[in-house]
Design a binder for this molecule. Structure first.
Ligand code: HDE
Length: 743
């Protein structure tokens, strides 16, 4: 029993019970009762937003990829503590000493192992895309696409292929804020029957540069400046804009990057693009060109800039938390995969070169054909083991998918594997469980750091007879490159059409709504105001003049500068005049999520109409929204009906920017609370729907929020609360009340 154990094994003979019962390991074979946890995800209410989401227990989904991962998944429940050699550890609190006040002994292999492991726990972060979050899920094909591609995921209608998807920012370091202005990475690893296929894309369909040769310069320019390592996770500084103003091929990308695409509301609410033109190949070797599109079922929605900046302080993990909580609460994010398919002959007619990654194929030219959906239904168990160690690689394709000669893509085919050798410490990173294909690996590659496979036999070469020729070449079943004819002199240069830098930048500009255009102007103004060198600002204005005079004029005006002459064009060809493409507006994809996962702050004050709050709150929860009661402090709050309300979040921990909308409850006491007024003013300023019930309208007045005309401010008597809530839900589902900005 416990008494004899204590008597037999005091770990510190002078203070035997310093750590209480927990200091004693259970005897072998005895069951260990874990102590009652002090805090779990469901009892902890302090954090910004994680409270009440899920039960904190791992949710073992049924993704095929999770089955192989189960081999290495560790659950410590009911287990005793061991060293890395599996030796049970008696005392994890005290090092081994020569006498209680004496020197620590070299002999303490347990201490040395623990410290040594700790000393080496960090690995280099990704050179770009260091900050990211990931989830497991599956891709499901709508149809049998074998006539177009032999790629395994498309072999049958309803076929499911496990995926692991990582979203990221590009410029910021691993601990930087989620909501900065930046491109977002959208990397999908398909664990197909024929090996891993990585579609390593972005949320913006074009790129800054046209040739891999320029990538290190681009990244050096946008990263923190090398002398003082500032600014973090921001392109708003001289070196980026210096580079940009000297690289006119960047024009189209700048339009996307200054648009609200670069400040998404959620990873769940952004598109994904393969960017480059790829090829799909069928089993007869016939191929079509292909552009990949991911379209979010939740619609494309963004933050407003001031909101994004404030969220970076209020919750730097905003996107990470949003993705985690959506999955944890069973609101699985979904995207539809669409393909733009076209032939060599069609491509030859386009007014741009399909090998140029600064160009899109407008949807009016080639429609997007939906071919399947992706569902993310499981959070990782361990951030480091899965998300951090995931190694995506643009060169990882499977039979049925092939590359084109896009010179940016060609450089990527080299860079990704190369970077993992440093980042993950050797050539066997494909054996880290998250990177290992579900398909089996058989080849004669051997050895290297951290080898996991134990290859049998004496044959590690091919051809061989001693192993019966195994593993043997797959022939036509294997990956066969499209036999594209190629000829020409070795030359460093670009095709002529690559030099049209402005036509599609202008296409993007003219396809934006008035609000979106204003946001682009504001973003240029912000970025260039941060730039210290007037000549750099001026060169950017000269570049913008080639896109649109009104745009250039408005930005110049915002900087108090006069317009310089336009940058000389790099091509003698006249620019191409595209028809506007409505598909390029964020508003083209409102999504089908309604109010699901929308965060609603419910402001309550002393003496609030408790019954009404409880009823409407339940209705909103039922609709899938995420309401929370918020007030000056958490805890019980007296109501009109004697049953207190439980305030969940305080204004300090859940500031205005963390909510998609606000309901002001009918409460007698509100007015004068500075935090409440600030909260409401920001909700209004950030275009969010506001519903004030009964006496709650007083708070709107005090905050000087106009009641009319504004479709997003709803004021109602308590008796009409249910109808008012319905209108509020409509506004909430529409994301933001952008009409307010025109007023
Ligand atoms: Fe990347 N990129 N990239 N990139 N990229 C990396 O690979 C690179 C490019 C993209 O979640 C690195 O594992 C070169 C375009 C994503 O782990 C690195 C060039 C697109 C991710 C690298 C490009 C991307 C990366 C850094 C130009 C959109 C994150 C760490 C020739 C289609 C993947 C790593 C993840 C990551 C190189 C351009 C998307 C250094 C050389 C274009 C989503 O290898």
């Amino acid at each position: 029993g416990d008494e004899t154990l204590a008597a037999e094994m005091p770990f510190n003979s002078t203070k035997p019970l310093e750590y209480g019962e927990a200091a004693y390991t259970p005897h072998k074979g005895e069951t260990h009762t874990p102590p009652t946890p002090i805090a779990t995800a469901s009892t902890c209410t302090e954090t910004v937003a994680s409270e009440k989401v899920g039960d904190g227990q791992p949710d073992i989904g049924d993704n095929a990829i999770n089955r192989p991962l189960d081999r290495v998944r560790v659950d410590d429940t009911g287990r005793e503590l061991t060293t890395n050699q599996g030796v049970p550890v008696a005392d994890n609190q005290n090092s081994l000493k020569a006498g209680l006040r004496g020197p620590t002994l070299m002999e303490d292999f347990i201490l040395r192992e623990k410290l040594t492991h700790f000393d080496h726990e960090r690995i280099p972060e990704r050179a770009v895309h260091a900050r990211g979050s990931a989830a497991h899920g599956y891709f499901e094909s709508y149809e049998d696409l074998r006539a177009i591609t032999r790629a395994a995921p498309f072999a049958a209608a309803g076929k499911r292929t496990p995926v692991f998807v990582r979203f990221s920012t590009v410029a910021g370091e691993r601990g930087s804020a989620d909501t900065v202005r930046d491109v977002r990475g959208f990397a999908v690893k398909f664990y197909t029957d024929d090996g891993n296929w990585d579609l390593v894309g972005n949320n913006i369909p074009v790129f800054f540069i046209q040739d891999a040769m320029k990538f290190p310069d681009l990244v050096h320019a946008v990263k923190p400046e090398p002398h003082h390592a500032m600014p973090q996770a921001s392109s708003a500084h001289d070196t980026f804009w210096d580079f940009a103003s000297l690289s006119p091929e960047i024009a189209h990308m700048l339009m996307w990057q200054t648009s609200d695409r670069a400040i998404p509301r959620s990873y769940r609410m952004m598109q994904g693009f393969g960017v480059h033109t790829f090829r799909l190949v069928n089993d007869k070797g016939a191929s079509l060109f292909c552009k990949f599109h991911w379209t979010p079922m939740a619609g494309t929605h963004s933050l407003v800039w001031d909101e994004a900046v404030r969220i970076a302080g209020a919750d730097p993990d905003y996107h990470r938390r949003d993705l985690w909580e959506a999955i944890d609460s069973g609101q699985f994010p979904e995207w539809e995969l669409g393909l733009q398919l076209f032939t060599e002959e069609q491509a030859a007619q386009f007014p741009f070169d399909i090998l140029d990654p600064t160009k899109i194929v407008p949807e009016e030219l080639v429609p997007v054909r939906p071919v399947g959906k992706m569902v993310l239904d499981r959070n990782p168990d361990n951030f480091f083991a899965e998300t951090e160690q995931a190694a995506f690689c643009a060169a990882q394709v499977v039979p049925g998918i092939d590359f084109t000669n896009d010179p940016l893509l060609q450089g990527r085919l080299h860079s990704y594997i190369d970077t993992q050798i440093t980042r993950l410490g050797g050539p066997n990173f494909h054996e880290i469980p998250i990177n290992t294909p579900v398909a089996q690996i058989h080849n004669n590659q051997r050895e290297g750091f951290h080898r996991q496979q134990i290859n049998r036999g004496r044959v590690n070469y091919e051809p061989n007879s001693l192993a019966g020729g195994c593993p043997f070449q797959a022939g036509a079943r294997g990956f066969v490159s499209v036999p594209e004819p190629s000829q020409g002199n070795e030359v460093r240069g670009k095709p002529e059409l690559f030099a049209d830098h402005y036509s599609q930048a202008r296409l993007f500009w003219v396809s934006q709504s008035a609000v979106e255009q204003r946001h682009i102007i504001d973003a240029f103004r912000f970025e260039l105001t941060r730039v210290q060198t007037p000549a750099v600002r001026s060169r950017v204005l000269a570049l913008l003049l080639n896109i649109d005079e009104r745009l250039a004029g408005a930005v110049a005006d915002g900087l108090g500068m006069v317009l310089p002459p336009p940058l000389p064009l790099s091509s003698d060809n006249p620019p191409h005049d595209y028809q506007p493409s409505p598909a390029l507006s964020l508003f083209a994809r409102p999504g089908a999520l309604g109010v699901r996962t929308r965060r609603v702050a419910w402001m309550v004050g002393q003496g609030a109409e408790g019954g009404q709050v409880r009823k409407l709150y339940a209705a909103l929860l039922d609709a899938g929204a995420v309401p929370r009661l918020i007030s000056a402090r958490i805890g019980p709050l007296a109501t009109s009906d004697d049953a207190p309300l439980d305030v969940e979040i305080s204004f300090e921990t859940g500031p205005s920017v963390l909510w998609d909308g606000v309901i002001v409850a009918d409460s007698p006491v509100f007015v004068g609370d500075a935090q409440a007024l600030e909260f409401l003013r920001l909700q209004y300023q950030h275009d969010k729907p506001i519903l004030a019930l009964g006496n709650g309208a007083e708070l709107l007045k005090a905050a000087k929020i106009p009641r009319k005309p504004d479709p997003g401010v709803i004021v109602a008597e308590s008796a009409d609360a249910e109808a008012a809530l319905a209108s509020f839900k409509e506004m909430l589902a529409r994301h933001r009340v952008y009409a307010r900005e025109r007023a």
